[in-house]
Design a binder for this molecule. Structure first.
Ligand SMILES: [Fe+2]
Ligand SMILES: [Fe+2]
Length: 202
């Protein structure tokens, strides 16, 4: 993802449309935040299981990618849960569901499909609602997650294509928005502009 002059958002970017035939159930922004936490909790559990499967199957770099992405979803959970707790102080986050990996190529496709759903359907629908309700903090949180999920999908498909051509690139995770960069050649997060020095290496 390229770094632009200003951070991308629904006003200056043209990839915020809601998917045709959207399957997202849209509630109030508070309900949508809870639904997003559930989705991210499932994704993070899945990726942790996929990391273990990749390691077992000898795909060490892909295992690191799944670990970085599982951690990215935890960042999304943290941002979303903070907004829920501000409205409902006794909110309790859901328990992670049981998850299991199968063949690593299929796990990458499963991950990419989930990420594409989130970036093109769930989050754009939630962003639209949050704009309508004037929930500006939720707009920003959903926007950052939406943009990061598309990058996760891209990384999963790149790993799928190069599954038998592993390299030793490190994955770097932005601690603010969950963006992940493959390799050392970058200066800052293209989504939230956090500098590389703050990123976590996997
Ligand atoms: Fe993601
Ligand atoms: Fe970021």
């Amino acid at each position: 993802m390229k770094v632009r002059a200003t951070t991308p958002n629904h006003e200056n970017a043209t990839n915020f449309s809601v998917a045709a035939g959207s399957t997202t159930v849209v509630g109030t922004t508070l309900e949508n935040l809870k639904a997003a936490v559930c989705g991210e909790t499932g994704a993070s559990a899945k990726y942790t299981a996929f990391a273990a499967a990749a390691k077992e199957q000898g795909y060490n770099q892909i295992a690191r990618l799944f670990e970085a992405t599982a951690a990215a979803e935890q960042i999304h959970i943290g941002m979303e849960a903070a907004l829920i707790t501000a409205a409902e102080p006794d909110y309790v986050k859901p328990e992670p569901p049981a998850a299991e990996g199968i063949a690593t190529d299929l796990n990458l496709i499963s991950g990419a499909l989930g990420e594409i759903y989130e970036t093109s359907d769930m989050y754009p629908a939630f962003i639209e609602k949050a704009i309508e309700e004037g929930e500006t903090k939720a707009v920003q949180v959903f926007t950052r997650a939406k943009l990061a999920e598309a990058v996760h999908a891209e990384l999963y498909l790149a790993a799928y294509n190069d599954i038998d051509a592993e390299d030793d690139d490190t994955f770097y995770l932005c601690p603010v928005c969950g963006y992940i960069h493959k390799g050392d050649d970058f200066e800052k997060c293209p989504i939230c502009f956090v500098p590389k020095a703050k990123f976590r290496a996997f």
